[in-house]
Ligand binder design. Sequence first.
Ligand code: HEM
Length: 197
Amino acid sequence: MGCAISGLAAKSEFAERNTEDAAAHPSEDQIQMIKDSWKVIRDDIAKVGIIMFVRLFETHPECKDVFFLFRDVEDLERLRTSRELRAHGLRVMSFIEKSVARLDQLERLEALALELGKSHYHYNAPPKYYSYVGAEFICAVQPILKEQWTAELEEAWKTMFQYVTSLMKQGYQEESTRQRHLAVSPKERPDKRNTAL
Ligand code: HEM
């Protein structure tokens, strides 16, 4: 499970950001690098999805508790052959594929990531965990790209994940605020049936 980047997740580059400061989007050069590398990575998306999540559960076991299907699985090796984890990994990888495709239309990517953050509020998956995923993705794809992997490419992917996860966090917080308002509004708003007379 060793990977040069793994220690970074909880530290500086992948550390949790304040949602107030929106992360920068990748530059044009970085977008090109991401797109080129994606052409190689996409042949292995099912494998990358599984490796990424098994690593996430190994390095941050608290994330496993969020998943109803996996929270009671003790032996993480069993997950490598799990159809459910494969399906989940593929859903996440499809989102990454869509994000890569939308790097040229940032307003569309923004809307997509905000919505995903909102749905994660309902999955009870809090923002403090999102930054771990980019680090595990990078560790999972490095061996696939072999000598094509460079420090610049790593920086490009980090930028993309920080950008997407900062939007997800924003979406999560918007939804959390909306739900709080929904919860208090019946008390604040007089019941129309009672006040109509
Ligand atoms: C970069 C970070 C992440 C991305 C891009 C991502 C993406 C996705 C996607 C695409 C789905 C499928 C459903 C949907 O579209 O709403 C999903 C579902 C889900 N995610 Fe995430 N996710 C991320 C991080 C996390 C983390 C860190 C956790 C938990 C610690 C988590 C927990 C869940 C759960 C519980 C579901 C619902 C179950 C399922 O669809 O299998 N996610 N996520």
